[in-house]
Design a protein around this ligand. Structure first.
Ligand code: CO
Ligand code: ZN
Length: 325
């Protein structure tokens, strides 16, 4: 499981530029499923045919990042964010453009108070001596992802882009160990979730499933002085009750809870006060689709050191598999 997570998190896939990660995932699923295709927006969809219920499983393959929007005379690059990027998480980090160019992210020294740190006061230094030199490597509109190679420390994985490559890993492992079922299952690796659940919206409309289950990360309340939240790393996958984009359908919540009980695996409930996820778009599509989610507890979400427990991922695979039968 760790090797798969490491490979997936290492692939490039800033929202809107998912070609690289899509190719990596496609190679892993295309000989296992009945059909694999890419839709207009770039969602990767793998189908297991059947005559039963139509189930959509969604995990987003995009990650947050930055986009070059201005290059000054000295070759320093100003940037805007793709998805929610905290200036504090970005400070002192490395970013990597699609062509491999790496830059240091830093801030204007004149800034008097750290609390005034904004992305607009920051820049990327790719070691270029002039605008012309910088433009040989980076063009306006190019995107870059944070650098943060996956490592395992005990049961914890620390990496960039666990949001949501850990969910992609759970779905890929499920595809490789499909249960016997008559259900028709659409495994969708969605694009542009970080920009507002965009890929999931068109994919769900195109598929019109009977139900949908997403796999994504969620925040936790288990860090020093955390905001109160029930979810903890290592206490099992979380069954989503709500976030800011959706109140999960009671039948899907019950389905997942019944499955977890049957499997006798640890599980917890998620009420997320900040942020949305793919079910937010899916449940409002095509006349309404009963939707829910399996969430992987993850600390420091949207930083290059996202941290999750590998056992939660393994239990999430068991839970997803059982829910498809
Ligand atoms: Co996210
Ligand atoms: Zn996510």
């Amino acid at each position: 499981m760790f090797d798969l997570v490491k490979e997936l998190t290492g692939a490039f896939g800033v929202a809107g530029n998912e070609e690289n990660i899509r190719e990596v995932i496609k190679n892993k699923i295309q000989n296992v499923l009945d059909e694999v295709y890419v839709d207009t927006l770039g969602n990767l969809i793998g189908v297991k045919r059947g005559n039963g219920k139509k189930i959509m499983v969604a995990a987003h393959m995009d990650e947050i990042g930055v986009m070059a929007n201005f290059i000054d005379e000295k070759g320093y690059i100003r940037f805007s964010s793709i998805g929610w990027v905290s200036p504090f998480y970005a400070l002192g980090q490395k970013v990597k453009f699609k062509n491999g160019t790496i830059g240091a992210v830093f801030y204007e020294e004149k800034l008097d108070e750290m609390k005034n740190l904004k992305l607009s006061k920051m820049y990327i230094d790719i070691g270029a001596a002039s605008r012309a030199e910088a433009e040989k490597k980076v063009s306006i509109g190019d995107t870059a992802a944070f650098v943060g190679e996956a490592v395992q420390e005990g049961d914890m994985i620390i990496s960039k882009a666990l949001d949501d490559r850990s969910g992609c890993a759970v779905v890929i492992e499920t595809i490789k160990n499909l249960p016997k079922t008559e259900n028709e299952i659409y495994f969708v690796f969605t694009v542009q979730e970080e920009l507002g659940l965009r890929g999931a919206k068109t994919a769900a409309y195109g598929i019109k499933p009977d139900i949908a289950i997403a796999v994504d990360v969620t925040l936790t309340g288990d860090k020093p002085e955390s905001k109160p939240m029930e979810v903890k790393c290592g206490a099992g996958p979380a069954i989503k009750i709500k976030d800011r984009s959706v109140i999960c359908h009671p039948e899907i919540k019950k389905l997942l809870e019944d499955c977890a009980k049957r499997l006798n695996i640890p599980y917890q409930f998620e009420i997320l006060e900040e942020g949305g996820s793919d079910p937010g778009a899916i449940h409002l599509t095509a006349g309404g689709i009963p939707s829910g989610a399996i969430s992987i507890p993850c600390r420091y979400v949207h930083s290059p050191v996202e941290t999750a427990n590998i056992n939660d991922l393994k239990h999430a695979v068991m839970l997803l598999r059982e829910s498809l039968v």
